[in-house]
Design a protein around this ligand. Structure first.
Ligand code: ZN
Length: 478
């Protein structure tokens, strides 16, 4: 970890201790706190752009477009044991999924899907907490599981959830008292989970209380979903260990220097790139990049700038939230941003309300960060049905597919992606690539040169289409 990671932490800790003293002034010492039912929203998560701004930080993403696997997790510079733990755990998750579900056969309707995302639940120069959230949908009903991984920066050690708590008996008593009254809860299973130290999620609420989360079916009937409770902590509570107190500070006052929250709206005027190209007269193609922004995207933007070329980026909301600066650079560089959903789930497996959330949250995130509202959506895996088209129309977005698939995710080979992108392009083509792969980013210059040598003019997807109509699907220039 860089030594400058947590300037000002001492001040923050003092402030928290001060508040606690006042709040807990007339609390009874030593009593067992009563847990309260909680919703997932009460778990504090840290703005991911704090991580995205750390020098050398990157998100790792593994995508298998054929098997419908999309897994992403953070790699934090210097956090050796944490990175290893996440890497190993995520690799195992994907291996288990591949072992359980065979590759799809041609024309299979519901392809089993694995989607794994992450969030920070604490971050200072002392403690980092990562929440992983995994979703497996065999084709019907999905199962989700979550897990916190806490990390002690100084000793470079991953700390088990249990070690956030000094008094296990008191914690178990508080949880059991709250949950045993609930009809859906299986008391025996709950006791087992607590005895075996298998609580998957320990975090904090914004008032500094302890958040305890269980998996679906772990301690209650499936109808109850993921059960979670909040255990109040006051200044007299001795529930937390010393590490637990530091984890709480990391949740309440995340502190990564040099990462001041940038102003949400880019007030700069939209760039003027000269007169619009008329694709009815010229032979135009659009190069597109999905699944970012990610750490390689900056290099790609440099190349596009050097070549004075435009591209269209179909971004994920969670990546935009992690890399707001890179997202702003896309718009400032005259590129188009389209929506690729929040976290890359197959939209055809979701309810209309969930599809709407996946699209609308990403539209809002892009608009907030860049000041520009997207007009295009590209559904993950190209998976579409009437519900997806209907939600796209409601959000005033056209559906932008592709006519040239470089399959860059499969080969991860620069000459191959260059050959396919340049060789398969026709006038009016939309070319599909992914800026999460360094092998693809490395080929951008050759692709631009190659397409221009063939007489093509590079434009954004919206310019290629002309005037995209919301709810309508485009595979190439109409
Ligand atoms: Zn994608």
């Amino acid at each position: 970890m860089r030594s400058t990671f947590g300037i000002g932490l001492g001040v923050v800790l003092l402030a928290i201790t001060g508040c606690q003293g006042e709040a807990g002034a007339d609390a009874e010492p030593g009593r067992t706190p009563t847990a309260q039912p909680a919703t997932e929203a009460e778990l504090v998560v840290v703005d991911p752009s704090l991580a995205g701004a750390i020098d050398g930080f990157r998100t790792r993403t593994v995508v298998d477009e054929e098997r419908h696997i999309h897994a992403t997790w953070p790699e934090i510079p210097g956090a050796r044991a944490l990175n290893e733990d996440l890497q190993t755990d995520r690799a195992q998750l994907m291996a288990d999924f591949r072992a359980e579900y065979p590759p799809p056969v041609p024309h299979q309707v519901a392809i089993p899907e694995l989607n794994a995302t992450w969030r920070l639940v604490g971050a200072t120069d002392e403690v980092i907490g990562v929440l992983t959230d995994d979703y497996v949908n065999p084709g019907g009903s999905a199962a989700a599981s979550w897990q916190t991984t806490w990390y002690d920066v100084d000793s470079d050690v991953v700390v088990p959830n249990d070690d956030l708590v000094a008094d296990q008996d008191q914690l178990h008593e508080a949880i059991t008292d709250e949950l045993e009254g609930s009809e859906a809860v299986f008391v025996e299973e709950l006791t087992d989970v607590l005895d075996r130290s298998e609580i998957p999620v320990l975090g904090f609420t914004d008032t500094g209380d302890l958040f305890v989360g269980f998996d679906e079916y772990q301690v209650a009937a499936g109808s109850a979903g993921r059960v979670s409770v909040v255990v109040p902590l006051d200044s007299t509570s001795e529930l937390l260990s010393d590490f637990g107190e530091r984890a709480r500070a990391a949740a309440l006052a995340p502190n990564i220097p040099g990462t001041a929250t940038p102003s949400p709206n880019s007030q700069a005027d939209p760039p003027t790139l000269g007169p619009k190209v008329d694709c009815r007269r010229l032979e135009c193609v659009a190069i597109t990049y999905d699944d970012g922004p990610a750490s390689h995207t900056e290099v790609l933007l440099d190349t596009l700038k050097r070549k004075n070329a435009t591209a269209t980026f179909f971004v994920l909301g969670q990546q935009v939230a992690t890399y707001p600066g890179t997202t702003r650079r896309m718009v400032d560089g005259g590129h188009e941003i389209g929506v690729h959903t929040w976290d890359h789930k197959n939209l055809t497996q979701l309810t209309p309300a969930e599809i709407h959330r996946q699209i609308a949250q990403t539209v809002t995130e892009v608009k907030t960060i860049t000041g520009t509202r997207p007009t295009l959506v590209r559904p993950p895996y190209g998976a579409m049905n009437d519900a997806v088209r209907s939600q796209a129309r409601k959000s005033d977005l056209a559906l932008a597919m592709w006519s040239v698939d470089t399959e860059d995710w499969r080969d991860r080979n620069t000459p191959v992606v260059v050959r396919r992108a340049v060789g398969q392009a026709r006038s009016g083509s939309i070319i599909l690539m992914h800026d999460i792969h360094d092998t693809t980013v490395a080929g951008a210059g050759q692709i631009i040169d190659g397409l221009r040598r063939r007489g093509f003019t590079l434009v954004t997807v919206s310019d290629l289409i002309g005037s995209p109509q919301s709810g309508k699907t485009y595979f190439s220039q109409p």
